[in-house]
Design a protein around this ligand. Structure first.
Ligand SMILES: Nc1ncnc2c1ncn2[C@@H]1O[C@H](COP(=O)(O)OS(=O)(=O)O)[C@@H](OP(=O)(O)O)[C@H]1O
Length: 497
């Protein structure tokens, strides 16, 4: 059971200025909080209290009944709080299961007044604060791009012990239903600061989406070069110093999740992730080896979905024949055939360079892929045709991490049996299962229907679909071999698409 009491900051309607009478009002509010805390103590409930600031309409109280924003730890008032924005304090009383679910004291650095520094420098001002346990990213949803990763990410965030990074894509939490841990969102909106992230990668993503997804820490050089502290600063902290919060609760294990589907395709990422985990293990006695999730999707459908996204985003504007620009279906089919041709030509060009390497092996394809990714500038961000070479991508990762650290999840299974997937993933992450009612819920996020992009099912004509199907045949055969090996290692119950 959870009880939420809102105690308004009562100011005299006759106040001459915003600060007039503020001290008295704050004293009255403090006294009301103390009385409420006494009540909670007398009823021997576990409880927590939090002061909440509302900066603007985004922090409308209606957002606060979802997730953790309205709970835990009573903070001292900082000088910034003595302004007109400081409108309310909220008391939440929690007990039982809801304590874990709703009362963990997570805090996003950039939302904290005293920590805004992290936006301005590479160092996190609270990184050394031992009273804050970082929710370190040890779980990685690395692909495949357009595989349904947003749905899986959103469904995992419902678990009380899984957190995404602060910021990244923002989401209209109130309407999306992904309310849990909603205060992670809008970090950058709060600061109104798009300048902090200038660099090769451009602005921090701000488009509507899901909180904490697509951080690109490991594949965008400008972010990677800012170092480990920079990345960890963007994960919420668990505050254990609160006198009101039981320490066992504060120390509850949290798993940070980095869901960036481009990671699977980008050659440098596995080694970078490994080095982060190594450094984390050596400095924190952590034993985490990293856990990796990959959603697999039929490569033809994945390609169509990618095309729809790229077309809608304008990435292909100068690559589509003007005659086709007004007809997305024709554009998609024509582009597909042209890309297949370009790929075959590129492959032939490089085949001789690869000398005696066994033709058709994943290693061979991996090399061709690397070489052709430079040649095929048309294939934006490697997400087009090359995005479907799942076996070569996975083999590349398996050179660095053991296959047992991976779970391969067919999108078809995520779509049809969400509870099985949710429980298998939480088990894999050594976490208790989601509540049954939540695990069974289907999550469909980032679908064509939600966005302006064209539906993908009939995007490609029969010729283009067929050409793609036979194009991917050898790669799919390699994937089957890989999945068989994976199953023979008795790693996971999941089969192929
Ligand atoms: N539950 C479920 N069932 C079936 N299909 C689903 C589901 N969830 C997401 N999707 C489809 O996955 C596509 C989006 O994938 P991603 O979220 O991974 O895209 S992205 O890489 O993050 O941009 C996108 O595909 P298209 O609609 O074909 O574009 C989604 O519709």
């Amino acid at each position: 059971m959870m009880m939420l009491t809102t105690i308004p900051l009562e100011r005299s309607p006759h106040a001459a200025s915003p600060n007039d009478g503020l001290d008295d009002a704050l004293d009255a509010l403090d006294a009301a909080l103390d009385a409420a805390v006494d009540d909670a103590l007398n009823s021997s409930m576990t409880f927590a209290v939090q002061s909440v600031r509302f900066d603007d309409d985004e922090y409308h109280p209606s957002n606060l009944d979802m997730g953790f924003a309205h709970v835990v730890t009573r903070r001292g008032l900082s000088s910034n709080d003595n302004d007109d924005n400081y409108q309310q304090q909220v008391l939440a009383t929690c007990t039982g299961e809801d304590v874990v679910r709703d009362c963990l004291d997570l805090t996003c650095g950039a939302l904290d007044d005293e920590n805004t520094q992290i936006n301005k420098s590479d160092e996190c001002s609270y990184f050394d604060d031992e009273s804050l346990y970082p929710a370190v990213p040890t779980a990685f949803l690395i692909g495949v791009q357009k595989g349904g990763t947003t749905s899986l990410h959103a469904s995992l965030l419902r678990h009380p012990q899984i957190v995404g990074a602060c910021g990244a894509n923002t989401v209209d939490v109130a309407s999306s239903g992904y309310g849990v841990k909603s205060a992670q969102m809008n970090v950058w909106e709060v600061d109104g600061d798009a300048t902090i992230m200038t660099g090769a990668e451009g602005d921090w993503p701000k488009e509507p989406g899901i909180p904490g997804k697509e951080m690109h820490f490991f594949d965008w050089d400008a972010r990677w070069q800012r170092g480990r502290a920079f990345m960890l600063c963007h994960y919420p902290r668990i505050r254990s110093s609160s006198s009101l919060l039981s320490s066992s609760l504060a120390e509850q294990r949290m798993v940070g999740l980095d869901s960036t589907p481009d990671y699977l395709i980008k050659a440098d990422v596995p080694e970078r992730v490994a080095s982060l985990l190594r450094s984390y293990r050596s400095s924190n006695n952590s034993t985490s080896q990293g856990r990796f999730l990959v959603v697999l999707r039929d490569p033809v459908d994945r390609f169509a979905s990618w095309f729809a996204m790229a077309f809608e985003a304008g990435w292909l504007d100068d690559r589509i024949e003007p005659a086709y620009r007004s007809d997305v279906s024709k554009a998609a089919s024509e582009y597909t055939l042209r890309q297949i041709e370009a790929w075959q030509a590129c492959r032939q060009r490089h085949e001789t360079e690869l000398g005696g390497m066994a033709r058709g092996s994943d290693h061979f394809w991996g090399n061709i892929m690397r070489l052709c990714s430079y040649d095929m500038v048309d294939d934006v961000n490697l997400g087009g045709l090359l995005g479907g070479f799942y076996a070569a991508q996975l083999r590349h990762w398996w050179r660095i991490f053991h296959p047992s650290q991976f779970r391969l999840i067919p999108l078809s299974m995520l779509a049809s049996r969400p509870a099985i997937v949710a429980n298998a993933v939480t088990d894999f992450l050594d976490l208790p299962p989601l509540r049954q009612s939540e695990a069974r819920e289907h999550v469909d996020a980032n679908t064509a229907q939600d966005s302006d992009r064209p539906p993908t099912a009939h995007l490609l004509n029969a010729t283009a679909r067929e050409a793609l199907r036979s194009f991917y045949e050898p790669y799919q055969a390699n994937l089957e071999v890989l999945v068989k090996e994976y199953e023979e290692m008795n790693i996971a119950p999941f089969g192929l698409l």
